[in-house]
Design a protein around this ligand. Structure first.
Ligand SMILES: Cc1ncc(COP(=O)(O)O)c(C=O)c1O
Length: 359
């Protein structure tokens, strides 16, 4: 056999590995998974039945254009059909956005720490990531991000609320940022967690994109809608960008089951509201309990909380796991804890209280 191996792109050597949230051990002590910002509720009423019925046509390719889902989205969010594009989760759409705008020599700008897929999809495209540190309060430093724009910048991600800190950028600062960002640079407002926002000062990206052709809004069915396993997300952007997204999509990437389940989920708005409200209530309960124990955490508007534990990060994650909950540690920085079922949240609060006493 020859010693030679296929030539791979050098850019791949610098692609970081995506670390998925650790699963809860089956039958083990860590019964609850609070590591991937998933929704603890089962699919919304009627969605599972719809998905099962859709599975009957597994021998067929799905509708490439996602026609019915696109029509439902256009109606639900009052946006023109031509401004919509779907993809395999919003991470799939984010990758299409990078592929549509940036290649070798180009820069993709985002806050750091933020969603860990940003550096991966940037490197895969052969582009250069430019990471602007969050402020001391774990919030996007929009002025520093503006200052970091060069003539090579092609795309800027603004993750609102930010994963993993849960912090938000508010209307006045975001509008000022958008007003000053160059019109040729695409600004992507990643709103994966928008349904959990209760701060009235945080804008809905759909209001901001309308008269800004360089703004794209990214949404997902994975979080509030609870369809993480089906991989469907979408973008809303003006026509040239939306058209580019349709070109860069993996053909037939969004399955028929995912399309049908997403439509059924959009039609279950009341149940969605109730579940999100319950999770937001749990978020406040857990945040209050932790603050009462003496923890200082940034205010979260998402379905997770951020504990800036620094060097104690891995110890805390291990203590959680021993007690029955799996969290998401970022070594040396902090722990992200998803708000889950009340029982899991109770365990987390208990462990945090015990850990606090040892600090
Ligand atoms: C900020 C952000 N954007 C996008 C995603 C991707 O979600 P999905 O690909 O499941 O839509 C996530 C998932 O964790 C996220 O945190």
């Amino acid at each position: 056999m020859t010693e030679k191996t296929p030539r791979l792109r050098a850019a791949l050597e610098r692609v970081p590995t995506y670390k998925p949230g650790k699963p809860a051990a089956a039958g083990g002590p860590a019964a609850f998974k609070l590591s991937s910002n998933e929704n603890p509720y089962p699919p919304l009423p009627g969605v599972l039945e719809t998905a099962v019925a859709a599975a009957a046509s597994l021998n067929r390719y799905p509708d490439l254009a996602c026609t019915d889902l696109m029509a439902e989205l256009a109606d639900h969010f009052s946006v023109p059909l031509a401004h919509l594009a779907t993809g395999t989760g919003s991470v799939g759409v984010a990758q299409q956005l990078v592929q549509s705008t940036a290649g070798p020599g180009d820069e993709v700008l985002y806050a750091w720490r933020s969603f860990e897929a940003y550096p991966i999809i940037t490197r895969i495209a052969g582009a250069t990531p430019v990471e602007v540190p969050l402020t001391g309060g774990a919030v996007h430093d929009l002025d520093a991000m503006l200052a970091a724009i060069t003539d090579r910048t092609r795309l800027i991600f603004v993750c609102n609320p930010n994963n993993p800190t849960g912090t938000v950028v508010r209307r006045a600062e975001l509008e000022s940022f958008l007003d000053r960002a160059p019109a040729e640079v695409l600004v992507v407002l990643d709103e994966a967690y928008i349904e959990f926002i209760r701060d009235a000062d945080v804008p809905n990206g759909l209001e901001l994109y309308r008269d800004r052709p360089n703004v794209c809004v990214l949404r997902t069915f994975s979080k509030a809608y609870g369809l993480a396993g089906l991989r469907v997300g979408f973008a809303v952007a003006h026509e040239p960008v939306a058209a580019a997204l349709r070109k860069t999509a993996v053909p037939f990437g969004v399955s028929h089951i995912a399309q049908e389940a997403a439509i059924a989920s959009l039609r279950s708005e009341e149940a969605l509201r109730e579940r999100v409200e319950a999770l937001v209530g749990e978020r406040a309960r857990v945040a209050d309990a932790l603050t009462g124990q003496g923890w200082t955490l940034p205010e979260s508007q998402a379905n997770f909380l951020w504990l800036p534990l620094g060097e104690r990060t891995l110890d805390f994650a291990a203590a959680c796991e021993r007690a029955g909950v799996v969290v998401r540690p970022f070594a040396g920085e902090g722990v992200r804890v998803t708000i889950g079922e009340a029982e899991a949240n109770d365990i987390l609060v208990r462990v945090a209280g015990e850990f606090r006493k040892e600090l």
